[in-house]
Write a protein that binds this ligand. Structure first.
Ligand code: ZN
Length: 126
C-alpha cells in the first residue's frame, strides 16, 4: 500500500480512534491511572499529528511514536546498580531488557482490537 492510499485511510482510522478513550477507559475518572493517561496521550498525540498533517503517512507517525516510546521505556529500565536488587532482576542486562520489552509489546499487540484484520491473508472469505 502506498503513501497516498494510507493517507486516504486516515479519515476512517481517525473516526474510529476519536471514540478510543470511551472504549478503552469506560471506568470512572477516579480509576484513571498514570498508565491510562500515558496510553491516551500517546493516541491523542498520534491523532493530533495526523489531523495537523492530512498528507502525512500514518505509518511514519506511528513509527515515530513507537521509536520515542522504545527510547523512553529503555531509559526508565536502566538497572539501579545494586547486583542484589530484586526489582532489576528482569532488566539487569541489555538482552534481558530487550526480552522484557518484546514480551510486553507482544502482549499489548495481541490484546489490541487492531491485531486482527478482516483483510489478513489467512482470513477465509466466503
Ligand atoms: Zn534495582
Amino acid at each position: 500500500m502506498g503513501r497516498k492510499e494510507r493517507a486516504g485511510q486516515a479519515t476512517e482510522f481517525l473516526a474510529k480512534t476519536r471514540s478510543f478513550r470511551y472504549r478503552l477507559f469506560p471506568m470512572e475518572d477516579d480509576d484513571f491511572t498514570h498508565y491510562d493517561e500515558a496510553v491516551q496521550e500517546a493516541v491523542d498525540l498520534a491523532n493530533r499529528l495526523a489531523d495537523n498533517n492530512p498528507e502525512a503517512d500514518l505509518w511514519d507517525i506511528a513509527d515515530g511514536i513507537l521509536a520515542g516510546v522504545v527510547h523512553y521505556w529503555l531509559y526508565t529500565r536502566q538497572p539501579c546498580g545494586d547486583p542484589t536488587c530484586g526489582d532489576c532482576d528482569s532488566i539487569s542486562t541489555a538482552e534481558e531488557r530487550l526480552k522484557e520489552l518484546l514480551r510486553i509489546t507482544e502482549e499489548l499487540a495481541r490484546g489490541s482490537e487492531y491485531f486482527h484484520s478482516s483483510y489478513d491473508l489467512n482470513v477465509g472469505r466466503a
